[in-house]
Ligand binder design. Sequence first.
Ligand SMILES: [Fe+2]
Length: 285
Amino acid sequence: MSDLSTLEPPKQGASIASTVKHASPFIGSEVSGIDLKKPQSEATIAALRKLLFERAVLFFRDQHLSPEQQLKVTEYFGRPKVYGEARMGSPYPGVGLIDSIHEISGRVDRWHADLTSADEPITVRLLQAVTLPDLGGDTIWASTEAAYDRLAEPLKRLAEELKAIHAVTPISISEWDARRSNFHWTEHPVVRVHPETGRRSLYVSPRFTPEIVGLRPHESAAVLKVFFEHIIQPEHQVRFQWEPGSLAIWDNRSCLHYAVNDYGEGRRVMHGTSVEGERPVGVKS
Ligand SMILES: [Fe+2]
């Protein structure tokens, strides 16, 4: 456990110091003793950014942020991505509703980073739990940086040479039909270099990476299988059990996530905000 306030002298009268507890060896830290409803100092924001880039996902309990407050916290990590139209039925500009009653967007029980089929995928994502089922509905994240670091050297060299197609691959036939009209795909390097830290990550996912560029279909499928199975090894994972008001902030460049779909008819509603994207940079680009 470390102290976030070591980067900032504790203020007079502050009753609880922010503490940071790592949730697993390679990924995820829980930050307590911080009320994100209140404006944070430049030093605290810098410390949170640094911690996020190191740990890929941060967890906060009991925040209960209004949509406006969540957008304000989003700004600590860059310019919020605000779509021109309300998304997924959200009445709040810039804040998406992720609701389990929506078959497609509400239950993404497949490993992915968010919308990497974009040319400039979002960099940071914030998700706050609003309504939760009685049991279940956890989210799991896997560190794609730890996955790269722990890849065998010859496979690292292979991965660094490759580019992959990123597209919305369907969860169900109905989703494929819904997406066909606005199908978009792009190419990204298979090893991505983080612009803030220089760390390398394995930048592919089962949901968004159907194919490696330049390989035959059976070669591509075999190589991707190796990468996918490696990324999601339990050693690279952290699992978070949500409570109402819990907030998770993740670096969409250095981890994958999976929404565990184990709550049947239960309702799960989250508020999501995003930071504008950037074009992924590889080792050789
Ligand atoms: Fe997602």
